[in-house]
Write a protein that binds this ligand. Sequence first.
Ligand code: GTP
Ligand code: MG
Length: 306
Amino acid sequence: MAQQSDFFKRLFGFESPEHTAQKAESPTLDEPWRELDWGEKQKNLKYVQEYKPEQDDIRYLRVLLYGPVGAGKSSFINSVSSVLRGRMTIPALASATTSDKSFTKKYETHKFNKGRGRAKTFYPLVFNDFMGLEDGTNRGVHADDIKLALEGHLKEGYEFNQVAPISQDDPGYNPTPSADDRVHVLVCVMSANTPQMNSSVLEKMKSVRETASDLGIPQMAMMTCIDEAYCEIDKDLRTVYKSKYLRKKMKDFSSAVGIPMNCIFPVKNYSEEIDMNDDVDTLILSALMKMVDFGDDFIEKTKSDM
Ligand SMILES: Nc1nc2c(ncn2[C@@H]2O[C@H](COP(=O)(O)OP(=O)(O)OP(=O)(O)O)[C@@H](O)[C@H]2O)c(=O)[nH]1
Ligand SMILES: [Mg+2]
């Protein structure tokens, strides 16, 4: 077929109508719309592993994940841990099934071990995993709780209350957060496998974003489950930036939540595999490097504002 179409093109100087129609139907573009170097895993891993905030009073760069129930927030934390340690690890409890009720119920900081035994320390990059945003009022996490978390007011282990956001006299409320209790990057997580986002969840997400913008906190987004949503990507992860459907999905998501396209990253979380895979790692690292860069810029900015 390719030979036939080449022949047609050479003969007539343009592509045959059949070939043009076939190209239009194809789920993939000829060229990726975003460049990603699939051979740079080690260099990118080193970049993240060697990152350290410059400011003395900040031990950790803190990333906060939020988004709808079952979007893959906890799975992303597990995936990051696995990528950093070079083997499968599961520090954050992820759900084995998808439901409309959030599986994560507590506010927890996830740190990643560096080294073992006596030499064990932690990477200066930590994640907080939020309970999912659910449809309707008094369901799922309150946007107000996320806002307080952004400023560092939620204590470790705080149990989310679906009926009301935390009050200042709650033992889980931290009235005097330190510089590294606060959030340095806010990441919205969304599954590519969700047909359409619910309007009440979208409203909650917008309100969180507005607060983060008021606080000057950098924001980005990740689209998970790209393997489940698009069979061409499932077969070969390297087609990720050639998928027409995924690009459209990301564009729609970008306009719905107001996060620019260049701050949205598609990822596939480790979910069913038992061994590590370089392509999966490369996509995760691509998002992770931006979290480190954006978070570090914010840390530097707050330092110079003081
Ligand atoms: N195939 C595939 N499955 C995924 C991916 N990310 C997450 N999953 C699956 O989706 C389900 C939900 O993932 P979780 O990580 O628990 O989602 P969550 O956002 O933490 O959910 P809540 O805590 O309930 O709000 C789990 O069964 C995961 O294995 C992905 O990228 N690909
Ligand atoms: Mg979770």
